[in-house]
Design a protein around this ligand. Structure first.
Ligand SMILES: O=C(O)CCC(=O)C(=O)O
Length: 231
């Protein structure tokens, strides 16, 4: 992708939904990519997700901390090889907290009454204990959906690496309009919490071949960090 005359700016896509372009620098992107490659190996590696209606997700997925399957969480890959889910690394949980702090500009990471504060941790954002890593090839998509299987209202943190995509951010009531299309590029951060925590969102298009060449990645990786509230 060519450099632009004007830098892309942080933007509030909807109340509580913040886009921070280029939040991860080239080194952090490379480190996260290397970690994703490691996690993608079996057991409990990258898998195709089968939906109850008979379809399959075109983005392939792996999980850390808690294993997500349609539609719940488990400690083992109940819809795959049955292996225990890989642990959520402390550094990745901390990256989630830092993302929330930076997106909302809150030095304590405390993000409001429905943003995940718990008495147990003194009012700070609780620890991120789930990572879902989605891998998109050029033809993969993700339909409009809500992240509603967690018991915590803490903001969702989403990190993008590789090809750019169209990220569609909608409303809490319906899968259709009104929505806003945001281009997410390698290194971009999206955080959605508060009134947008349960907004429908999806990925209708990947811009194939737009990953920074130095990454050596074909396709797009998205790492979404969540707080389970599952104890
Ligand atoms: O790939 C993305 O940017 C979105 C991923 C997503 O919506 C999800 O994992 O629930």
């Amino acid at each position: 992708m060519t450099d632009e005359l004007f830098p892309r700016e942080r933007g509030e896509v909807a109340p509580g939904a913040v886009h921070v372009p280029g939040w991860l620098g080239p080194d952090r992107q490379r480190e996260l990519l290397a970690a994703c490659r490691d996690w993608a190996r079996p057991p409990a590696g990258l898998r195709t997700v089968h939906l109850p209606g008979g379809g399959t997700m075109t983005a392939r997925q792996l999980c850390l901390g808690w294993h997500w399957y349609p539609y719940g969480y488990a400690r083992t890959v109940v819809d795959g090889d049955g292996a225990p889910v890989k642990p959520m690394p402390a550094w990745l949980a901390e990256l989630g907290r830092a993302a929330v702090r930076d997106a909302y500009g809150d030095p304590d990471g405390a993000v409001g009454a429905d943003g995940g504060e718990t008495p147990a941790d003194g009012g700070e954002t609780p620890a991120y204990d789930i990572a879902l890593v989605n891998y998109y090839d050029a033809d993969a998509r993700m339909g409009m959906h809500r992240d509603s299987d967690e018991k915590s209202g803490a903001p969702v943190v989403s990190l993008s690496i590789g090809d750019a995509c169209v990220f569609r951010f909608g409303n809490t009531g319906t899968r259709s309009r009104p929505y806003t299309d945001v281009e997410l590029r390698s290194g971009d951060l999206m955080v959605f919490g508060g009134p947008s925590r349960l907004a429908y969102h999806g990925v209708p298009r990947i811009h194939a071949g737009t990953a920074p060449p130095e990454l050596g990645l074909t396709g797009r990786l998205n790492v979404t960090l969540r707080v389970s509230g599952l104890g």
